[in-house]
Design a protein around this ligand. Structure first.
Ligand SMILES: O=c1ccn([C@H]2C[C@H](O)[C@@H](CO)O2)c(=O)[nH]1
Ligand SMILES: [Zn+2]
Length: 132
């Protein structure tokens, strides 16, 4: 699966979003080392703070199915520039993905921001910081 195909899957994953409040559909496609793709949409809640982003939906789906090794993540939304993941998702990526893993951020106009997990959250709090 190349990056273009993964971004296309992220665009497709937007259809899985549950967004009655923001009406802002986001899709994510997570490629595992085994070549499997997990899709996620953002899932909102009437208690707004419980909204779960597409990126975390895809990551939590994969991890909880026992797929723990990831090769790339693509995220898509209808944004003026390539979509920018929120801080919570960046922190979760830092926890579950390799630091040098590519992240392909895109929008419906074909803009692409190709980055990595560590570039998205430099100096992230991590398990090393928990050691006293
Ligand atoms: O990268 C992003 C940014 C926002 N959202 C969601 C959260 C909320 O449901 C809606 C508006 O912020 O978009 C994502 O899923 N991913
Ligand atoms: Zn997020």
């Amino acid at each position: 699966m190349d990056k273009q195909a993964l971004m296309q899957q992220a665009i497709e994953a937007r259809k899985r979003a549950y967004v009655p409040y923001s009406k802002f559909q986001v899709g994510a496609a997570l490629l595992t080392e085994d070549g499997k793709v997990y899709l996620g949409g953002n899932i909102e809640n009437a208690a707004y703070s419980l909204c779960n982003c597409a990126e975390r939906t895809a990551l939590f789906k994969a991890y909880s199915e026992g797929d723990k090794n990831y090769k790339a993540l693509a995220v898509a939304a209808d944004t003026p520039k390539a979509v920018s993941p929120c801080g919570a998702c960046r922190q979760v990526m830092a926890e579950l993905c390799p630091p040098d893993m590519p992240v392909y951020l895109t929008n419906l106009n074909g803009d692409v921001w190709e980055t990595t997990v560590s570039d998205l959250i430099p100096g992230a709090f991590n398990k090393e910081d928990l050691r006293g």
